[in-house]
Design a binder for this molecule. Structure first.
Ligand code: G16
Length: 549
């Protein structure tokens, strides 16, 4: 076998964002672009030599081509064993689980998550380390630094490996194994949740689900788990076949893009009891009841309050964590339970140390992410199973469970407004101006429709990891009000075009008589204050957000 050294020069745009390197497919197709980035990974992740590597992706366009390149470069770099999902498929949670179960040195996941796919769409690559979690910032900074000095990459001259059937191939020192992507993960779910109880309810017709796989990676997982192992009616999983362009859709599980699911859940008594959707790579989820949406921040709070009812979590929780922009609903629960609640920057990687040190058991994010210490990634199907198990134990609907939660802990009205496709310089200037503004904002009072709102605190969020003491700065502008309302501003780290400003709005209401109001109406004062403080119209020329979730 020939090992080739191919000359190359650095690309300046290979700095990973919130979750790996995400670019347009065409950028990844640029000669040497993918190879350079992989070379930097192999240079930094030295444990891969002689170790086990897990490889898979969400099935989007360019997935299998990229995998062939990874295999050739991994062989050239002396990786001794590579496990690849059949047809190149592995969900992000499944990769995390396999790394941990097989004591792998790491994993490479090909996905741009919820971003659209196809030749004109997005592609991405992320590296997960031996704990199963996304590589931390120190690692990704090293990869970027290394990528800026690349002069050549190393690749083996071998044929493409057939990914369509399970099997093994010995190539020099490297064993390549094409594995069933689903079974290990499904077995793990069966260990955590009470499958017998859920199966009995599905079997008796007392429980029904509609799961929208959005033509992305969770289709085969959901079919196996919900329909085969749990006996949900055949057809409970829709859009179940992964497609390179996600069927032309946008694999983002929210009320806008999971339209078919939402329609099915709005049919009154004919609707399934529970609706759910997952994203491209299976780590995000949306949960809805009959004509009833539960926002991801509330999901985390409800899970935290009820975890002890589930056999897998009956010993209680060591602590919980949420990202900065996630609503503070879970904080109220943690306070009542007397457990620690950590506030981290956006990005699942920041939960890794807390999970490894057993400081937390559950964590979640407003961006439709939830997970636990069973792996080191957020996990869409796990979250749906959590809810199914909860509904089974409580014998209450999603809506009843949520309303009871609000009655006990109060409701955090919450919404995210996204301003997309902004000029990057304009967006950076806006954030810079906000940083300056926060220095003097404390104590200021803003008039509102029904009440005025005084700023009690305000900062540019900085996080000191309690485990390794690393400091991560400038993670978002946080404006807290005396009445427990809050506004957070930050720029997205996952986009591939221009900049996206995210404005997170929150208002707390303790009175159950006021828990049925329209979210955007309740948040109107916060929306106006956010526009005014950020000077959105003058700086960006925007009156309205592009996406409201
Ligand atoms: C990634 C990260 C999440 C983050 C989300 C949104 O999720 O893993 O932690 O909340 O991006 O990030 P941003 O607001 O910077 O766009 P995923 O599912 O896209 O990998």
């Amino acid at each position: 076998m020939n090992i080739l050294q191919i000359s190359s020069t650095p690309f300046t745009d290979q700095k990973p964002g919130t979750s790996g390197l995400r670019k347009k497919v065409q950028r990844f197709q640029t000669a040497h672009y993918l190879e350079n980035f992989l070379q930097a990974i192999f240079n930094v992740a030295t444990d891969l030599k002689g170790g086990l590597l897990i490889v898979g992706g969400d099935g989007r366009y360019y997935n299998t081509e990229a995998i062939q390149t990874i295999l050739k470069m991994a062989v050239a770099h002396g990786v001794s064993h590579i496990k690849v999902g059949q047809n190149g498929l592995l969900s992000t949670p499944a990769v995390s689980h396999l790394i941990r179960k097989q004591s792998a040195a790491g994993g490479i996941i090909l996905s741009a998550s919820h971003n659209p796919g196809g030749p004109e769409g997005d592609f991405g690559i992320k590296f997960n380390t031996a704990n199963g979690g996304p590589a931390d910032t120190k690692f990704t900074d090293q990869v970027y630094a290394d990528s800026q000095h690349i002069t050549a990459y190393t690749i083996a001259e071998i044929d493409d490996v057939p990914l369509e059937t399970q099997g093994q191939y010995q190539l020099g020192e490297t064993l390549i194994e094409i594995i069933d992507p689903v079974s290990d993960y499904a077995d793990l779910m069966e260990q955590i949740f009470d499958f017998a109880k859920i199966k009995a309810l599905f079997g008796s017709g007392l429980l029904s689900i509609c799961f929208d796989a959005m033509h992305a990676v969770t289709g085969p997982y959901a079919k196996e788990i919900f329909e085969r192992r749990l006996n949900a009616a055949v057809g409970s999983v829709i859009n179940a076949i992964p497609q390179e362009d996600f069927g032309g859709g946008h694999p983002d599980p929210n009320l806008i893009y999971a339209r078919e699911l939402v329609e099915r859940l709005n049919q009154g008594n004919d609707s399934p009891d529970l609706g759910a959707a997952s994203d491209g790579d299976g780590d995000r989820y949306m949960l809805i009841g009959r004509n009833f949406f539960v926002n991801p921040s509330d999901c985390l709070a409800i899970m935290t309050a009820n975890a002890h009812l589930l056999s897998g979590y009956q010993l209680g929780l060591s602590g919980v964590a949420r990202s900065l922009p996630t609503s503070r609903a879970v904080d109220k629960v943690a306070e009542t339970l007397g457990i620690e609640c950590y506030e981290t920057p956006t990005g699942w990687k920041y939960f890794g140390n807390l999970l490894d040190e057993r400081r937390i058991t559950l964590c979640g994010e407003e961006s439709f992410g939830g997970g636990s210490d069973h792996i080191r990634e957020k996990d869409g199907i796990w979250a749906v199973l959590f809810w199914l198990n909860l509904v089974t134990v409580k014998r209450q609907s999603v809506e009843e469970i949520t309303r009871a939660h609000w009655a006990r802990f109060g409701r955090h009205y919450y919404s995210r407004h996204d301003y997309e496709g902004l000029d990057s310089t304009v967006a950076e200037q806006l954030m810079k101006a906000l940083r300056k503004r926060v220095e003097t904002l404390k104590g200021e009072t803003f008039a509102g429709h029904t009440a005025s709102h005084t700023v009690s605190d305000c900062d540019d969020f900085s996080y000191t990891d309690p485990v390794d003491r690393s400091v991560t700065e400038h993670q978002g502008i946080r404006i807290l009000f005396e009445d427990e309302s809050r506004i957070v501003f930050r720029l997205s780290g996952t986009g591939t075009e221009g900049a996206t400003l995210r404005v997170y709005l929150e208002r707390y209401e303790a009175n159950p008589a006021l828990h049925d109001l329209e979210t955007q109406v309740v948040l109107a004062d916060m929306i106006n204050i956010a526009r005014e403080v950020a000077e959105l119209k003058t700086r960006c020329g925007r009156e309205q957000p592009d996406i409201v979730t």
